[in-house]
Design a protein around this ligand. Structure first.
Ligand code: ADP
Length: 334
């Protein structure tokens, strides 16, 4: 997969455990969420109570799993980690809920992808700390109520709007995670470099940060690729020049665009004069499925102000011409 993909691959998962900040003070950026969460946790500690359920919304790789672990650590509580897609039957959820201990944190990633029956069971568990376990089938089936110890659910979702309102309303607090500013990513990179024993200078950290798409997971992955390059081709020290040369090898450009992103822009500019052009025509031109172009490449290009989706089709912005070093046909378009 692309070095700037937000999905965690095997290597990410192995290294991420070592790179995760352990408490709120170590967690970089997200000032608002951190302050809000810190109040929720302090208040709960003050009352010797289990904190309210917490919903974290935001794109992958921004630190939702990390924050859930921090919540557990700050409360001195154990944590159980699962995800919506892993809970297909209400029974799967009942099994997890009934084995929770008092004060435990249950992290439910991709909570919007849970099955409907499981979701309904969760409503009652969140509100009344109770589940009805159905025993038997058909007319003879009976619901046996089961008391649960108080626990804290931490749900994560890419967008809070994806959740049905009754579920959303049962969270006491929702933290909206934002993409990280380049200076914050520089701090993430310096911190990870320290933990991984990588020597890196300030300009190099800034260079990597600028290509990391506002996402710590990507920053950490690019740092590892740059480290490999520095160790194999140089003496291990990471400078700006070495970072740029390494990322050129991995086809991540100065703004964090990868090969597919650039292919889409290139086709849009060179073949269609900057658009407007329909999605399927554009996809055929780059030899990809429409869904790949729409879901993998376009969100970042739109966020970066390089491409716009209009009712008449996709158009390139003036910034896109500039980024690829091309001159628009007649004056800057749009
Ligand atoms: P998500 O659950 O939102 O997909 P993760 O919590 O798994 O994201 O974070 C991905 C990686 O980025 C982890 O290695 C984590 O250590 C790192 N990370 C995320 N947020 C921060 C942060 N604020 N400070 C330092 N590292 C971070």
């Amino acid at each position: 997969s692309s070095p700037v993909s937000t999905a965690a691959d095997g290597e990410d998962r192995a290294v991420e455990a070592a790179l995760r900040p352990k408490d709120l003070d170590e967690f970089i950026g997200q000032e608002r969420v951190r302050e809000q969460l810190s109040l929720v946790l302090q208040a709960a500690r003050h009352r010797s109570a289990t904190p309210d359920h917490v919903l974290l919304s935001g794109p992958p790789g921004l630190g939702k799993t990390t924050l859930s672990m921090i919540i557990a650590a700050e409360m001195n509580a154990p944590i159980r980690i699962t995800s919506g897609p892993a809970i297909q039957h209400a029974g799967d959820l009942a099994a997890i809920l009934s084995s929770l201990t008092e004060g435990e944190v249950l992290f439910l990633d991709e909570i919007h992808r849970m099955s409907r029956p499981a979701e309904e069971m969760l409503y009652m568990a969140m509100e009344d700390f109770r589940v009805d376990v159905i025993v038997g089938k058909g007319p003879g089936a009976t619901a046996i109520p089961l008391e649960l110890p108080p626990f804290t659910l931490v749900g994560a979702t890419t967008r809070a709007g994806l959740l049905p309102p009754p579920l959303r309303d049962r969270f006491g607090f929702t933290g909206h995670m934002e993409f990280y500013a380049p200076v914050e990513l520089e701090r993430v990179i310096h911190r990870s470099a320290r933990l991984l024993d990588v020597r890196i200078d300030a300009d190099a950290a800034a260079e990597i940060a600028g290509r990391s798409r506002g996402t710590p997971r990507i920053a950490n992955r690019l740092l590892r690729r740059v480290r490999d390059f520095a160790q194999v081709r140089h003496d291990g020290m990471v400078t700006k020049e070495i970072a740029a040369a390494a990322l050129a090898v991995y086809e991540v450009d100065a703004r964090g665009l990868d090969r597919l992103d650039r292919a889409v822009l290139h086709a849009l500019l060179k073949l269609f004069g900057g658009g407007p052009v329909g999605l399927s025509t554009l996809a055929v031109a780059v030899g990809e499925e429409s869904e790949t172009v729409e879901e993998v490449a376009e969100p970042f290009l739109v966020r970066e102000g390089l491409l716009a989706r209009t009712p008449r089709g996709r158009i390139a912005t003036a910034a896109a011409w500039e980024h690829l070093g091309l001159t628009p046909p007649q004056g800057p378009p749009h």
